[in-house]
Design a protein around this ligand. Sequence first.
Ligand SMILES: Cc1cc2nc3c(=O)[nH]c(=O)nc-3n(C[C@H](O)[C@H](O)[C@H](O)COP(=O)(O)OP(=O)(O)OC[C@H]3O[C@@H](n4cnc5c(N)ncnc54)[C@H](O)[C@@H]3O)c2cc1C
Length: 289
Amino acid sequence: MKPTAFEYHRPDTLERALSLLAQFGDDGRPIAGGQSLVPMMNLRLARPLHLVDINGLALCDIDQQDNVVRIGALVRHETHLRDPLIARHFPALVEGVRAIGHPTIRRNGTLGGSLAHCDPTAELPLLCMLHDGAIVVASSNGERRIAATDFFEGAYMTALEAGEMIVAAELPVPGGAHAGAFEEMAERKGDFAIAAAGVVLGHENGRITGAKVACSGAAQAPMRARPVEQALNGADLASPGAAAVIAGFLETMDPPGDHAASAPYRRALIGELIDRAMTKACRRALEAS
Ligand SMILES: Cc1cc2nc3c(=O)[nH]c(=O)nc-3n(C[C@H](O)[C@H](O)[C@H](O)COP(=O)(O)OP(=O)(O)OC[C@H]3O[C@@H](n4cnc5c(N)ncnc54)[C@H](O)[C@@H]3O)c2cc1C
């Protein structure tokens, strides 16, 4: 199928892009990598009257200001894989981005596009939430920051309002020694995950000093596994032993069942992925100590 008719706009400044988005309201859509929007338009699941191509905007940088790494909305997925700041501070993010789609998708798809599209098992929403990230959104009225835990509201639903666009994500730099890991399961390599889990551990003298755990597949948006995080605080890296808490956390879930996985399978899979990511992060922490 072909998309419905639309007008194409290519602003070269953020101000102009925001003014166009304000003017078009719900009839306008930013387009970045086009890896999700173009298929949706071809299937007529999206019918924007105005496409605002944001690829000419200066939103491609990754830089650190004080203790925050700011990643521009137009940073392509594959750019995360070779950036030294991301490699140093967010190893779980590198591992997660490597699992996104295929080389062409990673070459074209952007951070902002993935966060705005908000597929329930997309890697970048989970990874932003895992790292206590904030999404920076702009409109003709100014800028606001939304915690990742508040931004992803459901499948393909975010806190973005008409006339707003994502300009960056900000991730706080973890202090002290830390290790991370990401695990996911998909039907075939390159497919969207059935479920995924990420873990970041701060550590000192063989003990976990702070844990972050996030997973997807359990609900329409990624979530933090707070009870598991609490159980890991102070645990021995050599035997973190959170099995009972993970099992209790899984009991609170009501994951969807579909052609790829039944609800009970998905619940068990999330537990397994959290365990694998936790074990891998602990091993990495011990190797680095
Ligand atoms: C075959 C295939 C496999 C894939 N596999 C995976 C996978 O395994 N994991 C995964 O996470 N993704 C996967 N994707 C999706 C891919 O990651 C997309 O690149 C991503 O979801 C959207 O990024 P984009 O830049 O292409 O956005 P676009 O397609 O340009 O836009 C997507 C949506 O975001 C909006 N948008 C874009 N940029 C902004 C912005 N800055 N501010 C506000 N709204 C914005 C658009 O209006 C649109 O609604 C796959 C895609 C394909 C085609």
